[in-house]
Design a protein around this ligand. Structure first.
Ligand code: GLU
Length: 469
């Protein structure tokens, strides 16, 4: 059997962390078994579904690298098919038209409540053969009265639901549009889905969906309901807990592989291993190892993973993402050093790409002003003559390499009888505007001769204007 999984988001917002995890688990399961991963857009809620959300979801999946093999299929393009299956169920007596009015349903509910019964549709139109003039009927699925539904859930184990708990679900509204549980069933059937992996907020829908599938004579997929994600305070993860949109993590400077690694560990484990490359995830992922209890979101761990991938990722790959972030700052990455070199120089001290881009902007464009404290501290004392000597020595330097630059700094310190730090720090403030940067010889090498000399001149001007020099 070829495994076929699906991700079936409702496009009513961005791709959030919970949805991305469902998508990842479904994708991994398909990849692990050489199966097919289907993307289905559940857009039948016309009021809440938007094209922007569809784009946001597709963008999020692309950024994460969760490529789908089939789809996207849009439910709104399948209404004829839903109508056809509704008719089939009606013809076979497995569904029926219900002419109950809102008032009647309200009264039924009130009676049941008064008798302390659970409110449910009592099936009174099941045997009605005559239409009711003036009432557009809904179509209800004739749920079995007897027996129980057994869900062999791949995460939760066996879940039993008695049919007495389930009433006759509306599958088509009076305007003919299909309802949510029905479209899911028809789609899972038509798309040949073998494994339904989704959040456990859908567990309560599963027995109804299984009953409808059985009525259609369809093979039942396996189900795996994944526990929800909680914020650090123990409540369901939401905007209150910070970013929940996947693309927000891109904007905040995370690498997709860090987010994927973080997501896979959110509810799944393999021993006590924390770091998984995508290939490893594919090799090791299994539904049986999904935790039974909810998992909590831990932003510090995500940050730790991000730093890990910045440090150990291929600089070429990291640079690809850094370029985007430089672009966000209005920087053209061709106006300065190769971002690959920036990654190598900066990755130890930057935990996000946003940090890296901000702290590297000076390589590409002049900074607006010196950090006040850094200037005060490092532009006084010996700084004026240090800068003057460095200006002369660096402009004569033929080999613009970090070793040679280091040599210039060392010999300047020696010539002036000062410590190396008293040469390095004024130069650092002069070229970066701040007192923090990669090693100064690396910084100067990457910045290039022209920008370095210009910035030393600018610093000397500044020092003179302050009356320090
Ligand atoms: N469209 C549903 C959602 O976004 C998912 C349905 C399913 O996976 O069966 O929550």
């Amino acid at each position: 059997m070829t495994i076929r999984t699906r991700f079936a988001p409702s496009p009513t917002g961005y791709l959030h962390i919970g949805g991305a995890r469902t998508a990842l688990f479904s994708w991994l399961y398909a990849r692990r078994h050489g199966g097919t991963f289907v993307l289905r857009i559940e857009d039948t809620d016309l009021e809440r579904s938007t094209a922007e959300s569809v784009n946001a979801i597709l963008e999020g999946m692309t950024w994460l690298g969760l490529e789908y093999d089939e789809g996207p299929f849009y439910q709104t393009e399948r209404f004829d098919r839903y109508r056809q299956v509704t008719q089939q169920l009606l013809d076979e007596g497995k569904a029926y038209k219900c002419y109950c009015t809102r008032e009647e349903l309200d009264a039924m509910r009130a009676d049941q409540m008064a008798r302390k019964e659970k409110p449910r549709y009592d099936g009174r139109c099941r045997n009605r053969s005559e239409p009711r003039p003036g009432v557009e009927p809904v179509v209800r699925f004739r749920n079995p009265d007897e027996g129980q539904v057994t869900i062999e859930d791949m995460v939760r184990g066996q879940v039993l639901v008695s049919n007495a708990e389930l009433d006759d679900l509306i599958i088509a509204r009076s305007d003919g549009t299909p309802t949510y549980n029905f479209t899911v069933v028809v789609d899972d059937l038509d798309m040949g889905i073998t494994h339904v992996i989704r959040g456990d907020d859908h567990l309560s829908n599963t027995p109804r969906q299984m009953n409808i599938l059985a009525a259609l004579g369809a093979p039942l997929p396996r189900y795996a309901h994944v526990p929800m994600i909680l914020g650090a305070d123990g409540s369901r993860l939401s905007k209150r807990h910070g970013a929940v949109s996947v693309m927000q993590y891109r904007d905040d400077g995370y690498l997709p592989e860090a987010v994927l690694n973080y997501l896979v560990r959110l509810g799944w484990s393999h021993g006590d291993q924390e770091v998984f490359s995508v290939d490893e995830m594919i090799e090791l992922f299994d539904l049986g190892q999904i935790n039974h209890s909810a998992s909590s979101f831990n932003p510090d761990k995500l940050l730790w993973l991000n730093h890990h991938y910045l440090m150990h990722g291929d600089p070429l790959h990291v640079a690809h993402h850094l370029r985007w972030h430089l672009g966000q700052l209005g920087i053209d990455p061709t106006d300065g050093p190769d971002p690959v070199e920036i990654v190598k120089a900066q990755r130890e001290r930057c935990k996000t790409l946003v940090d890296m881009a901000r702290h590297s902007a000076f390589f590409y464009r002049d900074f607006a002003a010196y950090d006040e404290k850094a200037a005060q501290k490092n532009f006084a004392g010996d700084a004026p003559r240090v800068l003057e000597a460095l200006r002369a020595a660096l402009s004569d330097l033929s080999d613009w390499q970090r070793e040679a630059i280091h040599g210039v700094l060392a010999s300047t310190a020696e010539d002036l009888g000062v410590k190396l730090g008293s040469v390095a720090q004024p130069l650092r403030v002069a070229v970066t505007g701040t007192s923090v940067s990669p090693p100064i010889d690396v910084t100067v090498e990457l910045l290039g001769r022209e920008k370095t000399l210009c910035r030393i001149d600018r610093a000397r001007e500044f020092v003179r204007a302050l009356g320090l020099g």
